[in-house]
Design a protein around this ligand. Structure first.
Ligand code: TYD
Length: 238
């Protein structure tokens, strides 16, 4: 959790994991009940992100240059977009965050743990981090359906190893929550929705700072003063 009034929820996972579909679904549901939501992604469309995207098509940068460019892209993203939105109280969804840098650039370095500390420095701690964990064979078939081809970042052997790094990160990091991305879209969404509602949303929006422990006799709920409960009721009715 961070100290901003907004809520930062990040999704990570291998290419084709299904992150974007899930982000759009939960963001639409929250917008439909009146929440102010921002969706953003990394790499961004800013100067560093454009450089990275171009390299995915034309030929990769050196490992050091690539790592440095992802870090610059994130700093720019945090300063100019993420932090201002969190200060405004928005719910911010990120399609990839620093876990991707540890996993993807970690694969290119001899030991991902050696670069992990650098990557975690100067980032905003998310309120929730979801690893959409999808079988790489299934992920590749989703990418082929979507794009007709893979790019440099998306080779099957790489995705198998990147998935392993993501899973070992989740074992050591209590914040990174694994959701089975090999299920159908609606089943993944059910898991995503309940995790966000019962976790990050409750932590930041429940009237009682320690979280609701007495649903039946909760005064703020009954009087409509619990912002978390108002969202939950509206979402479940929609
Ligand atoms: P992706 O989410 O696939 O964007 P799009 O579908 O719009 O092309 O991201 C592009 C690639 O960037 C993806 O293969 C993972 C890679 N990547 C890294 O290698 N390191 C990072 O830190 C991030 C954020 C992404």
């Amino acid at each position: 959790m961070n100290a901003y009034p907004g809520i930062l929820i990040v999704f990570d996972g291998i290419d084709g994991a299904g992150k974007t579909t899930q982000i759009n679904k939960i963001a639409d549901a929250l917008r439909a009940v009146g929440e102010d939501v921002l969706i953003s992604k990394e790499p961004t469309d800013g100067q560093w992100g454009q450089k990275l995207r171009a390299s995915a098509l034309s030929g990769r940068m050196t490992a050091d240059e690539e790592l440095e460019t992802f870090i610059l892209d994130r700093q720019d993203h945090l300063t100019n977009k993420i932090i201002p939105a969190l200060e405004d109280g928005k719910i911010v969804f990120l399609d990839r965050y620093f876990y991707s840098t540890i996993a993807y650039q970690g694969l290119r370095s001899s030991d991902y743990r050696s670069i992990e500390a650098i990557i975690r420095k100067d980032t905003v701690i998310p309120d929730a981090a979801i690893l959409v964990d999808t079988d790489p064979y299934l992920a590749i078939s989703r990418i082929r359906l979507r794009d007709g081809k893979e790019n440099h970042f998306e080779k099957l052997e790489d995705l198998i190893q990147i998935r392993e790094i993501f899973l070992s990160l989740a074992q050591d990091d209590d914040l990174l929550h694994v959701i089975n991305g090999s299920q159908d879209i609606d089943s993944i969404y059910k898991d995503v929705k309940s995790y966000i509602i019962e976790g990050a949303l409750k932590a930041k929006r429940c009237f009682k700072s320690y979280g609701c422990d007495e649903p039946l006799y909760c005064g703020p709920r009954i009087t409509g003063n619990c912002s978390w409960w108002n969202i939950v009721s509206a979402i479940n009715k929609a």
